[in-house]
Design a protein around this ligand. Structure first.
Ligand SMILES: Cc1ncc(COP(=O)(O)O)c(C=O)c1O
Length: 451
């Protein structure tokens, strides 16, 4: 019975390391509080909730009777649209043959970590699922350290020192993953950082996976800089992933894509992913792929929707950032996505006096005592036993701060998106105001602690 309880006689070594994702754990705590009739401001979950663009919604409705399995690589029309859209964005030739569609980009990342050889370099902090996926594939993670002083960018010295440490520790780093705009920091890599990362990967023959799921939620004009931009893409070892979940607020429809370069490397990895997909998920759902084909169109109506989405996320996220700074927290300025990543370390004395020593303890205190849900930095690879900044970091998502329910999403949402482009107007975002007030009260509570 003992070994069954720990799973050691039943589960593989890798499976025993799996645990429920921290995002879902926070959701359960939130639900518990709500069931008790208590208020919670939900900054814990990064699910985009804007109303779906009307033509996209209509395409999904019109095709809901299509229950057929689609080709493993995806609907040709959708692959062509993704290719056209990315060719325009990246200024490099991408064809439908380079594109593979899947039920979300998450399974594609999982499959890539599974089929490619070698250990993985991940920036710290990184999205919650990469590390468990890498460990499940039997690989080691080596963290590339970043710092809030430069908004968590990646530097040549952090790359080189991680590489050296990995090799010294007997590791075999052959894969690197980057995510810009970043979940959790909102960082967008500059052209020069992109150059540093590309050069480093080429020098060490490292396959670079670029998770660009937030690429259109960029707070400056135009798309965020990408390691896949320009003619180098088709001669290198870079794979791009993205999808429908963030820009188009359709995470539950489950459509993601991967783009492989037109070279021997790209062909081999793409064919292996197709074989993997054929034995694992078969294909993404037909109505969702039909709708995605409309979403990725380069039409002016879709371009307008994408601009509105980026503008609305920017307004809300930057307002939260300003308020956190105003509270005396250490917080890097977000440049994209819909996250802010503050550290409460300026209040270390007060936190320690309350018996809070880790980001996990801080996040529990915020939910239980202040009704604010945010994810602990430790979920993103931060070392809760490490330096102060890392110990007290939290990720706050703004994506649930727009509508109180599904009804409001559609009755108020389109107007809100329209107004977001009017820079003269301050948007009315009552849930954001409530969240800011709750955070200010929490910080006042901290300031009142006797140390
Ligand atoms: C950084 C990042 N990558 C990938 C995903 C997965 O997106 P999906 O599987 O919905 O395409 C998410 C979702 O939260 C994310 O934040």
């Amino acid at each position: 019975m003992g070994s069954l309880a720990t799973g050691s006689s039943l589960l593989t070594k890798e499976a025993r390391k799996l645990h429920l994702s921290p995002t879902l754990q926070i959701n359960e705590l939130v639900q518990e509080r709500l069931n008790k009739g208590k208020r919670v401001l939900h900054l814990g979950f990064g699910e985009a909730t804007f109303p779906i663009q009307k033509d996209v919604l209509e395409a999904h409705r019109q095709t809901s009777q299509n229950t057929s399995y689609l080709p493993v690589a995806g609907l040709m029309k959708l692959r062509e649209r993704v290719a056209q859209f990315q060719t325009r964005r990246l200024d490099t030739a991408i064809s439908a043959d380079n594109v593979v569609i899947a039920p979300g980009s998450k399974p594609l990342l999982f499959a890539l970590f599974d089929i490619l050889q070698g250990d993985v370099l991940l920036p710290r902090p990184s999205w919650v699922s990469y590390e468990p996926q890498v460990l499940h594939a039997g690989k080691r993670v080596f963290w590339v350290e970043t710092d809030d002083g430069d908004r968590h960018t990646i530097t040549a010295s952090s790359l080189n020192s991680t590489y050296k440490q990995a090799v010294t520790a007997g590791g075999n780093p052959r894969i690197m993953l980057i995510n810009s705009p970043s979940n959790p920091t909102g960082q967008v890599f500059s052209e020069s950082t992109i150059g540093i990362i590309s050069q480093f990967c080429q020098e060490h023959d490292i396959t670079l996976i670029s998770d660009e799921i937030y690429s259109d939620v960029h707070f400056e004009e135009g798309a965020a800089p990408s390691v896949c931009a320009g003619s180098g893409f088709n001669s290198g070892k870079v794979i791009l992933t993205g999808g429908l979940s963030k820009t188009y607020s359709a995470g539950g429809w489950r459509v993601g894509f991967a783009i492989f370069p037109s070279n021997d490397f790209g062909t081999l990895v793409r064919n292996t992913i197709l074989a993997y997909a054929s034995e694992c998920w078969s294909a993404a759902s037909a109505p969702a792929q039909e709708a995605a084909a409309v979403a990725f169109d380069t039409s002016s109506s879709m371009d307008l929707y994408r601009q509105q989405v980026a503008a609305l996320h920017k307004q809300c996220t930057v307002r939260l950032y300003d308020a956190l700074r105003g509270c005396g927290l250490a917080v890097p300025e977000p440049r994209g996505a819909f996250y802010v990543y503050p550290s409460f370390h300026p209040y270390t004395k007060e936190l320690e006096a309350l018996g809070l020593f880790t980001s996990l303890e801080l996040s529990r205190w915020l939910i239980e005592e202040c009704g604010i849900a945010a994810l602990p930095g430790s979920a993103f690879g931060e070392d809760d036993g490490g330096l102060k900044g890392g110990r007290y970091r939290l990720r706050m998502a703004t994506s649930y701060l727009y509508f109180r329910n599904q009804d409001e999403r559609y009755t108020k949402g389109y107007e809100l998106l329209r107004t977001a482009l009017d820079t003269e107007k301050e948007l009315e975002l009552p849930l954001l105001d409530e969240a800011i007030k709750a955070i200010q009260e929490a910080v006042e509570k901290l300031k009142g602690v006797n140390c």
